[in-house]
Design a protein. Structure first.
Length: 142
């Protein structure tokens, strides 16, 4: 059974949420698969924030991470950002622009720290006034 550990490192508070939900992003590492929930999302010009605690997966070194985004995210373009121990600006290690591909593969050993976050970020549309979709997930390399 996959080991997913909830982290209390970051709790993003909801602001103006409704019952509408954002699409999820699928992340697969070895035999572990997780549907990652959005912390924010903009659809039809209406931005929403969601109360989500990012999940953390314990992973082995040199294992493939497969990120798969839904069609509505791929079509608008997306990237992912790699952060160190936290999700603050000063913890940003790098960013990869994926474009309009529906999936992307990387290795659990691509990031130098043993513990890191990846935030999948949807490109912001004109009607969303800078608010983009965001899906955070943490990794703890064994």
């Amino acid at each position: 059974m996959p080991l997913a550990v909830r982290t209390t490192a970051l709790v993003l508070l909801a602001a103006g949420c409704s019952s509408d939900s954002a699409p999820t992003v699928a992340v697969t590492v070895g035999d572990q698969q997780m549907d990652v929930e959005a912390t924010q999302y903009c659809a039809d010009g209406e931005g929403k924030r969601y109360s989500v605690t990012p999940q953390v997966l314990q992973v082995d070194p040199d294992t493939t991470i497969l990120i798969e985004v839904p069609a509505e995210v791929a079509v608008s373009g997306w990237s992912f950002q790699v952060f160190g121990q936290g999700l603050a600006d000063e913890d940003l290690i790098g960013e990869v622009d994926v474009g309009q591909e529906a999936s992307y593969e990387l290795s659990t050993s691509d990031a130098v720290p043993a513990a890191y976050y990846i935030v999948i970020v949807q490109d912001s549309g004109e009607r969303c006034e800078g608010l983009a979709g965001a899906w955070p997930i943490g990794f703890l390399r064994r």
